[in-house]
Design a protein around this ligand. Structure first.
Ligand SMILES: [Zn+2]
Length: 274
């Protein structure tokens, strides 16, 4: 069975062991729990980075879990480091994002963050985040740009190099003990090729759930060209590196690992570079 997790990242189903139900029609309004009302439509005006939290907010809390599944691989004839990442939401409410644009001629959808309230209902916070349709690398769906950042430096170096992945399709991939999924793969799959004219799109990550980016997904790599191997390197991953979204704390947004990379293999030296 074709996995929608594979479909959403353009990976052949044959290479994927996951078994998740297939895609359904796009749903433009959020799943609502008892006592909740739909978020208000996005307002449009400029804003700085994330707006401050307000009383009554049931905030999400993005937590970058340890980077995993390291492999030396090839993109064409370039040697790269591939790895998997996972962003968990350990907060009291979902990360709920709506992207809106006036017309399909605009590349970017401006993102409003919908924040669930303790008494039910939602508060809308404008953000500087954007969603964008990604046609290269077999994604063919919308992404939240810069939702995560990956980078690498030699253990004794100070110069970082970044990854090829810039955009992310948010969704509930795994349950870490949370509530019922609000963003299941039947209704939330970030749009499809024939939907690239959409002017409004919702995606999110429920509290208690994790958004998974496996090592074989497009862009889950950093070039190793020009680096001296074997050697020890620090790999770092950060959720919402530009601080565009409202959440409970940013103290758990970054994780790192010290890895030993040879021309063919990677081994974990320790969690956290220092
Ligand atoms: Zn994607």
């Amino acid at each position: 069975m074709a996995s929608s997790a594979a479909l959403r990242h353009g990976v052949l189903a044959a290479t994927v062991a996951l078994a998740i139900s297939s895609c359904g029609p796009q749903e433009s309004s959020p799943p609502l729990a008892a006592g909740e009302t739909a978020p208000a439509a996005a307002e449009t005006s400029g804003s700085a980075t994330a707006t401050p939290a307000a009383p009554g907010d049931r905030l999400p809390d993005l937590v970058m879990l340890p980077v995993r599944s390291f492999y030396v691989a090839y993109e064409g004839d370039k040697r790269v480091l591939r790895f998997g990442t996972d962003v968990a939401n350990r907060g009291e409410g979902p990360l709920d994002l709506t992207g809106v644009r006036d017309s399909p001629r605009e590349a970017d959808l401006q993102v409003t963050q919908n924040i669930l309230q303790t008494g039910g209902g939602w508060r809308s916070a404008e953000t500087d985040a954007v969603m964008r349709f990604e046609a290269v690398d077999g994604h063919d769906h919308f992404h939240v740009q810069d939702f995560e950042r990956y980078r690498l430096r030699p253990e004794e170096g100070t110069e970082w190099r970044g990854s090829h992945k810039e955009g992310f399709c948010l969704r509930d991939d795994g349950n870490l003990g949370g509530t019922t999924s609000r963003y299941d793969d039947d209704d939330f799959y970030c749009g499809a090729d024939e939907e690239q004219e959409l002017t409004e799109l919702r995606m999110g990550l429920s509290e208690g759930w994790v958004d998974v980016y496996d090592w074989y997904y497009p862009g889950q790599y950093i070039d190793l060209e020009g680096l001296e191997l074997p050697g020890n390197f620090c790999v770092e991953a950060e959720a919402d590196p530009d601080g565009l979204l409202v959440e409970k704390t940013r103290e758990n947004n970054t994780t790192s690992a010290l890895v030993r990379i040879t021309e063919t293999e990677v081994s974990l030296v320790r969690e956290e570079c220092q």
